[in-house]
Design a protein around this ligand. Structure first.
Ligand code: AMP
Length: 369
């Protein structure tokens, strides 16, 4: 079986690495000649909307999936006329627009932060009326890792912030004083079977994921149950196939949905060593309609992102139960260059190992545990 992956980043690379033991082969499509997937699989280097490149990409594939959510919806829809594209292209389109995404959450009765659309200066007054300050102005499209966002502390900051974001359609969203952040990773197969991983607690620096711990140390059983209930509603409504990640803010025992990713997710990297079935293998099983694997955790894990600069790798490797993943990317400020996973039998032991890795790692901003 040959799988096509739209996008050639590290997620595509880890999908391929998980698929080879299952006898799968891969072909990626990415505009960048040095896309990480190209180091381990065939890569078509072209723009996503280049019709002749799409022909070359699709030739002989059994399935198409994506590892990058800003692939044009038209590309996914065009390919879907020829062969199965999974997750279904409508899920991709909903996730590309923060307003559509919020409406989807609301239609599934999932609480979200208070928000209002801001598409033109005429919307400013109504948005400020509805949304308490401080708030974040976020572009509806193409925002990631904290990009495309401005913090608004006073009403007169809204107009310049909207200008600075390029006068594009935005959302104004209250700043949530959350206790912590979690994500849920789930996989759904075509028959509707769903497998959930344990909740993951995430820490961000400068809007970028820095550390994930799984199972989430502070999450109660009832929080896990609520999260699964919400995510099941999304998966079923979209007739979803594949792995979906949904990020939530936790306030007491309440979950507020922040955003979703219709693909494997950075907060699921711990599953490579930390779960019976990695999110990458699980995604492939789901899109191929193979039985889903066990999501049981193997002890307690932490994943540390390597952002912008690499630590001394031999020092990391010298740590017990530390697993290094480098993506083959040139260093650039804030760029995700790799990650480290540590695993232990107890949460306390895991946190000791985590701190040992953190002592070697530099983030764009300080992270204090
Ligand atoms: P996003 O790109 O929306 O996922 O934002 C990246 C990170 O910024 C989130 O994981 C949070 O840490 C923070 N953030 C985003 N939106 C909010 C919000 N409404 N309130 C508080 N923090 C937020």
């Amino acid at each position: 079986m040959r799988i096509g992956i739209l996008g050639g980043g590290q997620l595509g690379r880890m999908l391929a690495l998980a698929g080879y033991p299952l006898g799968l082969t891969f072909r990626g499509l990415d505009p960048a000649v040095d896309a990480p997937l190209g180091q381990v699989a065939e890569l078509v280097v072209a723009q996503y909307d280049d019709p002749s490149a799409l022909e070359r990409f699709a030739d002989g594939l059994d399935r198409v999936t994506y590892e990058f959510e800003n692939v044009p919806g038209t590309t996914a829809a065009l390919l879907a006329e020829r062969l199965p594209v999974l997750p279904p292209p409508p899920a991709l389109e909903r996730a590309q627009d923060r307003l559509e995404e919020k409406r989807l959450f609301e239609s599934c009765s999932i609480p979200v932060p208070t928000y209002a659309p801001v598409s033109s200066p005429e919307d400013f007054a109504a948005a400020l009326q509805r949304v308490p300050l401080p708030a974040l102005l976020k572009t509806r499209r193409l925002g990631y890792d904290g990009r495309g966002q401005r913090r608004i502390d006073t009403a007169d900051e809204l107009a310049p912030a909207w200008e600075a974001l390029g006068r594009v359609p935005c959302l104004l969203e209250e700043v949530v004083s959350f206790d912590y952040e979690v994500s849920v990773l789930a996989a759904r197969s075509p028959s509707g079977t769903i497998a959930f991983y344990p909740l993951v607690e995430n820490r961000h620096v400068a809007g970028i994921l820095a550390v994930s711990r799984a199972p989430a140390p502070r999450a109660s059983r009832s929080l896990q149950a609520t999260a699964e209930h919400y995510v099941r509603a999304i998966l079923d409504q979209l007739s979803y196939v594949g792995v979906l990640a949904v990020e939530f803010f936790v306030v007491g025992e309440t979950l507020l949905a922040n955003e979703m990713a219709p693909r494997v997710h950075n907060s699921g990297h711990w599953t490579i060593e930390g779960a019976e079935t990695s999110q990458f293998e699980q995604h492939l099983r789901a899109i191929l309609d193979w039985p889903l694997g066990s999501t049981a955790p193997r002890g307690h894990s932490a994943m540390i992102n390597l952002l912008g600069v690499l630590p001394p790798i031999d020092s990391v490797l010298a740590l017990r139960n530390a697993h290094v993943h480098l993506y083959g990317k040139a260093p650039r400020p804030r760029r995700k260059l790799g990650h480290v996973t540590v695993r232990a039998e107890t949460a306390e032991e895991r946190d000791v190992l985590l701190q040992q890795v953190l002592d070697l790692v530099t983030f764009p901003e300080a992270l204090v545990f």
